[in-house]
Structure formats: structure tokens, C-alpha cells
Design a protein around this ligand. Structure first.
Ligand SMILES: *[C@@H]1O[C@H](CO)[C@@H](O)[C@H](O)[C@H]1NC(C)=O
Ligand SMILES: *[C@@H]1O[C@H](CO)[C@@H](O)[C@H](O)[C@H]1NC(C)=O
Ligand SMILES: *[C@@H]1O[C@H](CO)[C@@H](O)[C@H](O)[C@H]1NC(C)=O
Ligand SMILES: *[C@@H]1O[C@H](CO)[C@@H](O)[C@H](O)[C@H]1NC(C)=O
Ligand SMILES: [Zn+2]
Length: 476
């Protein structure tokens, strides 16, 4: 048993880790074996260093401390107060329905924009959705978007969303109360709190904070949002979707208040068959831009400042469910989804009722505002780090024209101001980057490490040591 533990640690992590554990166990026999492990570290450790998490900047630490559970609670209760936010509900009643909710979100964001010195602007892009599946009559679908203009690299964009529509059991029932406290007032409250804290500050790249409509009817609001950005050839280098981030208590009462799941899809949805075959041939199927984004989030947001563990799920979404990140993936943008660790389906998509003593409905009493605040910290750490780091390097290639047991990587400058580059790598069977080599301000690097044995990535390094997500090389 102990020996198996040792083998597992040797294969995937640094031996110093294993050493600690083994010394604690005081098993002489196993300690002897440790020497062999040190000699055969994999990948070889002659070059580079063990990768470290990225610490938040002083500015980011200050911003994280400003996240306020009381404000998050007030936002969620306000959204619940509109009775229903069903996409087909009234848009003319000032107090009830999705129109009133839309107007309130816009006015809230405008109050933050007023303090931004003109750098934050709020709009409500809309279109008339014709009759479709789950849309029995034409309806005005409006998103609410706050744009915070980047200071030095405004054409590079990051997007964060929550959906402000809600539903009950019958997807076409737009009359009954659909509080949607968790699904998804929680996600809307997260980005509203981030917009408030960010409005008076200046990220390098541009951030779009978006409340999207019609998630429940078929992702129409986010599809419209992503398509608009694609039509304008916008360089979106990351999208964070927050949907159902309100509770850490599961249907058996199990609690996991310091974990957030992060769903990240594998094969990019927009690659051609030939591109996918190439990706599979080089073992790049676990290195889509969405997965690199998820690894980045874990590096910058799993720390004592957020108090959270990020459970990356290598999957597009949960079974039988979808979300607004899919709309962005469909436009070729890296996009991931945050969702609480233990969903209670009695509290989602349900008519409010008590049945055999079971309370159904997506009510505020099932939301944990401290938990939502920690999720907001994770999002802020990720978003602010992305928007202040340089963009990802472009056209990253590995030379494969002749046989060789070293690796020649090449890349081109990305968007923004890089002061250097790092090559990262890991064994092919481990989930996260393990090793890094700072190669400086160059556009190629030859490493004495075989491309056959590891997965490489290249990332940009900016002022203050902020890194971009990594990009894997394709044969060039
Ligand atoms: C749809 O609603 C938006 C408000 O979000 C409004 O500006 C727009 O004029 C409406 N469109 C139509 C066709 O009524
Ligand atoms: C995107 O462009 C296409 C082609 O011009 C157009 O048909 C479509 O309406 C546009 N969509 C959006 C959301 O702008
Ligand atoms: C970079 O790669 C893209 C395709 O991914 C290609 O269209 C472009 O020409 C390349 N740029 C350079 C400078 O090689
Ligand atoms: C592989 O590495 C060895 C040892 O460094 C070297 O002698 C040999 O020439 C290399 N082979 C190729 C094909 O580069
Ligand atoms: Zn949802």
C-alpha cells in the first residue's frame, strides 16, 4: 500500500514531495528506494525549474479584499425580487419580469461606469429572436454589457458572463415565480461585483462584463454575444462563464465550501477534421486553448487569497446540461465554465413547492453568500491576471523536419507587451504543467529535452512577472 503511494508520487511529482511523506512514515525500506526515484525524475530535471503558482499583484490583492458578500447577497435578492426572469416574461412591467431585471442590471452597471472616468461604458445589445424550439413567439433578447476599456492593449478582450434569465419546471412557463437565486443570479452577482471593483482601475486589455439572456431557452443571448464579437474579428483570448455558483451543499447534505469546478472542453469545436487529426497525432487533445485557460486559472486563483481549490473537469459540461461558454467555443474562443461542486437538482429548474416534505425551488435560502464571494475572488484573480498579462504567443511551432533528441520551438509575439517568454512542459500523462524554463526575450529556443517525451507549451511573460496562458506547439 505504502509502496504504491510512493510509486504514484515518483511518477507524477517532484521527489522531494515523496521524500517528505516517506520520512513522515519512517519506513526504512521505502526510503532506500527513494534514491532510485531521485535518479529517474521524469521529465528529466537537468534544465528548468519546478513551476510555481503565480502570486496576485499588490493591486489584485487589494481588489480581492474589496469583494463584499453583503453586496453579492443584495444583488441576488434584487434579481429574485423580479418574480420571474423567464426570457418570454414581460418586458414592460417596471417591477416584474425579465425587462425590469435587464433595466436594473443596466442601471447598476451604469452607476459603476459613472465612477470610471469614461473608461467603462454600458450597452444593451438586442435582437428579435424569431419563433424556434422553446421560443413560441418572437421575443426581444437583450444582453447587458459593461465594457472596461484596456489601457495599453484595448483590442485584446476577455469576457465574463452570468445569465440573468430563469425558469421553473416547464420550460415554457413564463408566468410563475422563477427566483433563479442560484441559477443564475449567483453568476450575475459575481460579474456585477467584479465590474464594481474594476470600474475605477485600468487593466491593460479590455474586459467585457456581460449579463446574457435566454440561456435556458437555448443559449441565444450568449450565441448573439459571441457571434457579434466574431463578426467584428474581435480578439477574445478568454471567456469565463459563471453558472450555478451559489451553493456548496449537495443533495445528501454534503458540503465542499472551498471547491469550485471548472469545466474545460478537449478538442476545439471549430477545428477542421484535418486539424483535429493533427492534434490527435501529436497528443494535443488535452491541450485545447480552453484547457490551457483552465490550467492558467488554477495557477493564479488557487491560493490563500481566494481560499479556494479549483477542480478542473476535463469535459465540456455536466451530463444533460449546457452553458454559455459553448457559444464562445463555437466561435473559436477559449471559454470555460465555473459551477459549484455538488449540485442539488431539487433547487434548480423547479416549481417552488413542498412535496413529501422535500423543498423544491431555486430560492435564496439555499444560497451561501460567503461561498459566492470566494467564487468571485477566483474569477477576479483569473480575469485581472489575464487582462494585465501579455497576450498568448502566436504561431507556436516545433521543428520536426529531422530526427533529433532535442526540441526546437519557435513562436511569434502576441498581443500586448511581453518582456520575455517561458517554455513550460510536463510528462504526457499528467494533467498540469510541472516544469518551466525562462528563455528571455527571444522567438525560438532549443531545449535538450525530447519532444517525443513531454508536452511543451510557450507563454508570454510581462512586467511584474505576469504570464499568459500557455500555447502548445504544432509541427511547423
Ligand atoms: C429590445 O430591447 C432593447 C432594450 O434592451 C431596446 O433597446 C430595443 O429597442 C428593443 N428592440 C425592439 C425591436 O423593440
Ligand atoms: C454576423 O455576420 C453574418 C454575416 O454577415 C450575419 O448574417 C449575422 O447576422 C451577424 N451576426 C451578428 C450577431 O452580428
Ligand atoms: C500564423 O498562423 C496563422 C494560422 O494559424 C496564419 O494564418 C498566419 O499567417 C501565421 N502568421 C505568420 C506570421 O506566420
Ligand atoms: C541524441 O543525443 C546524443 C547525446 O546527446 C547525441 O550524441 C546524438 O547525436 C543525438 N542524436 C540526434 C539524432 O540528434
Ligand atoms: Zn444556468
Amino acid at each position: 500500500m505504502v509502496r504504491l503511494t510512493w510509486l504514484a508520487f515518483c511518477a507524477i511529482a517532484q521527489c522531494s514531495f515523496a521524500q517528505q511523506i516517506l520520512v513522515n512514515h519512517k519506513f526504512g525500506e521505502i526510503e532506500t528506494r527513494l534514491d532510485g526515484c531521485l535518479e529517474s525524475a521524469w521529465p528529466p530535471t537537468e534544465i528548468g525549474e519546478k513551476i510555481k503558482p503565480q502570486e496576485p499583484s499588490a493591486e489584485l490583492q487589494q481588489m480581492l479584499s474589496e469583494i463584499d458578500p453583503a453586496r453579492i447577497k443584495a444583488t441576488i435578492l434584487k434579481l429574485v425580487s423580479f418574480g420571474t426572469r423567464h426570457t418570454l416574461s414581460t418586458q414592460t412591467d417596471p417591477n416584474r419580469g425579465i425587462g425590469a431585471a435587464r433595466d436594473w442590471i443596466a442601471s447598476e452597471l451604469r452607476s459603476y461606469a459613472a465612477a470610471s472616468g469614461g473608461k467603462m461604458t454600458v450597452s444593451t445589445p438586442s435582437y428579435i429572436q424569431p419563433v424556434a424550439n422553446r421560443i413560441p413567439f418572437p421575443v426581444n433578447i437583450s444582453n447587458v454589457v459593461a465594457r472596461l476599456e484596456g489601457a495599453t492593449d484595448p483590442s485584446r478582450v476577455y469576457v465574463i458572463t452570468g445569465h440573468y434569465d430563469s425558469r421553473v419546471t416547464d420550460i415554457l412557463n413564463y408566468e410563475d415565480d422563477a427566483p433563479g437565486a442560484n441559477d443564475d443570479a449567483s453568476g450575475v452577482a459575481v460579474f456585477i461585483e467584479l465590474a464594481r471593483i474594476s470600474a475605477t482601475r485600468r487593466p491593460a486589455a479590455t474586459i467585457l462584463f456581460g449579463a446574457v439572456a435566454s440561456e435556458e431557452q437555448g443559449l441565444q443571448g450568449s450565441a448573439f454575444f459571441a457571434k457579434t464579437l466574431r463578426n467584428a474579428s474581435t480578439n477574445v483570448e478568454g471567456m469565463l462563464n459563471n453558472d450555478i455558483v451559489g451553493s456548496s451543499t449537495g443533495d445528501r447534505g454534503q458540503k465542499d465550501p472551498f471547491t469550485i469546478r471548472l469545466f474545460a472542453q478537449g478538442l476545439p469545436l471549430t477545428e477542421t477534421t484535418a486539424e483535429q487529426q493533427e492534434r490527435l497525432r501529436i497528443g494535443g487533445d488535452n491541450d485545447s486553448p480552453a484547457r490551457e485557460l483552465a490550467r492558467f486559472v488554477k495557477e493564479v486563483a488557487e491560493n490563500t487569497y481566494t481560499g479556494m481549490k479549483i477542480a478542473i473537469i476535463y469535459r465540456l459540461d455536466r451530463y444533460l446540461r449546457g452553458g454559455d461558454h459553448s457559444s464562445f467555443l463555437q466561435q473559436g474562443y477559449p471559454a470555460v465554465r465555473f459551477t459549484e461542486p455538488n449540485e442539488n437538482f431539487d433547487h434548480q429548474h423547479q416549481d417552488i413547492r413542498v412535496d413529501n416534505g422535500v423543498h423544491y425551488g431555486d430560492l435564496p435560502e439555499f444560497v451561501d453568500y460567503e461561498y459566492v464571494s470566494r467564487v468571485a475572488k477566483v474569477n477576479l484573480a483569473a480575469l485581472w491576471s489575464l487582462a494585465n498579462a501579455p497576450g498568448m504567443p502566436r504561431n507556436v511551432t516545433v521543428e520536426t523536419t529531422t530526427l533529433g533528441n532535442d526540441s526546437l520551438l519557435r513562436w511569434k509575439k502576441g498581443s500586448g507587451e511581453a518582456i520575455g517568454y517561458e517554455v513550460v512542459w510536463r510528462a504526457t500523462d499528467v494533467p498540469l504543467w510541472t516544469n518551466v524554463l525562462n528563455v528571455g526575450m527571444v522567438n525560438s529556443a532549443r531545449l535538450q529535452l525530447s519532444k517525443d517525451n513531454v508536452i511543451f507549451g510557450v507563454r508570454s511573460v510581462g512586467n511584474g512577472g505576469l504570464r499568459s496562458p500557455a500555447v502548445i506547439p504544432f509541427p511547423g
